[in-house]
Design a binder for this molecule. Structure first.
Ligand code: HEC
Length: 129
């Protein structure tokens, strides 16, 4: 999905869906299940294609700040997870909770903080290019 498609998807998301996602967000857990291989592939794909559009293809920053291990060191992981899920109102950082669960956002942040972002793997759902 390219950013333009994503933007359309965000606009298309109904208020009800957003409210449901917000209300059903589970409390922050210290450890979370690892996403399935297929979800890891999807998350890796988004990270490079969509997050990368703003944070840079190599995640070293662009419109958005770098998401490297160095840049994220010392920032509280739970606030980074919240940023991914709910975005930063008033900035370009969009909310991702319509697309991923809290566990998945936590997994993504853990991988980024470890300097080991998921690689791009073939995703069945990925648009042909
Ligand atoms: C449309 C552009 C855009 C996209 C797409 C985007 N971001 Fe961001 N992101 C930003 C901007 C801009 C900020 C800084 C907001 C601010 O000024 O506080 C940010 C901030 C963040 C932060 C906080 C960084 C810090 O140092 O505090 C994280 C983590 C983050 N984004 C992760 C992601 C992830 C993961 C994705 C993909 C799932 C993503 N972003 C997609 C623009 C984007």
């Amino acid at each position: 999905m390219d950013p333009v498609t994503l933007t359309r998807a965000w606009r298309g998301a109904t208020v009800n869906m957003l409210a449901a996602a917000l209300l059903s967000a589970p409390a922050m857990a210290p450890a979370q299940p690892t996403p399935t291989h297929a979800r890891q592939a999807q998350l890796g794909h988004w990270l490079r294609d969509d997050c990368g559009a703003c944070h840079g293809m190599t995640l070293r920053g662009g419109l958005g700040p770098p998401l490297t291990r160095e840049a994220l060191a010392g920032k509280p992981p739970e606030s980074l997870v919240a940023t991914v899920l709910y975005g930063r109102p008033g900035t370009a950082m969009p909310p991702w909770h319509p697309f991923m669960t809290q566990d998945e956002a936590q997994w993504l942040i853990e991988r980024l903080r470890a300097g080991d972002p998921p690689a791009v793997m073939p995703v069945n759902a990925a648009p042909a290019r």
